[in-house]
Design a protein. Structure first.
Length: 219
């Protein structure tokens, strides 16, 4: 596991351009959004959380189709399957490293909502927490869509179509938790529910993706 983690970390460091694209997209969306809707403080404050979360969804989906395809094409996946390695553990490590370089940085960049949208610091903290808590579910769903379309010729087009509808409940609950906190109510139960969903997704999804990858390789 240590060697696999080091390998995945080095791959991410070497492919800096690939994981910077989603972050640039996130920055563009949250920067252009206030320019498009105007400078009315009340409007900006009301739309800050939905705008940030929409940017999170789009940035996580972007480039997710390449999550397993390079290893499928260069034979790494075949070696893992033939050697009877713990494929689920490799999937979990890959998703964890990908999460650090995507959702982890996005959660930090979400604090730009303070100057751009006039979001209070407390609301920004809850927003960043909701991203950290809810993003594992989003990533797991994206990874399932990426593995299902691995052998398809136009799989890159299908991944967002499969993943985005499944993301809507997470978007609704995460935005609702921040809105409840902004109105003086307790949004922690919703965040706890998202956290429980993320834990279940992390425990189950790597095994399911491992089985899907084995079937993709055998076909």
């Amino acid at each position: 596991m240590r060697h696999l983690f080091i390998r995945e970390w080095q791959i991410k460091r070497q492919g800096m351009v690939q994981w910077l694209y989603p972050l640039v997209l996130f920055l563009l969306i949250i920067t252009l959004f206030p320019l498009a809707i105007g400078s009315e403080p009340a409007t900006l404050l009301r739309l800050a959380t939905p705008a940030i979360w929409i940017a999170v969804l789009l940035s996580l989906v972007m480039g997710i189709e390449e999550l397993f395809r390079p290893d499928f094409d260069n034979g790494t996946l075949a070696q893992l399957v033939v050697s009877d390695s713990a494929l689920a553990m490799w999937v979990a490590l890959r998703l964890f490293v990908h999460w650090l370089f995507s959702a982890g940085f996005v959660a930090v960049l979400s604090f730009l909502a303070i100057p751009l949208f006039g979001l209070p610091i407390g609301d920004a903290l809850i927003l960043a927490t909701s991203i950290l808590v809810g993003s594992p579910i989003l990533l797991m769903l994206c990874a399932i869509a990426s593995s299902l379309t691995l052998t398809l010729k136009n799989g890159a087009v299908l991944v967002p179509l499969i993943a985005l509808p499944m993301h809507l409940p997470v978007l609704i609950f995460a935005v609702g938790a921040v809105d409840l906190y902004a109105t003086g109510l307790n949004g922690l139960p919703i965040l706890a529910m998202l956290g429980a969903g993320s834990i279940l997704a992390v425990m189950i999804t790597p095994w399911a993706i491992g089985a899907i990858l084995k079937m993709a390789w055998s076909n």
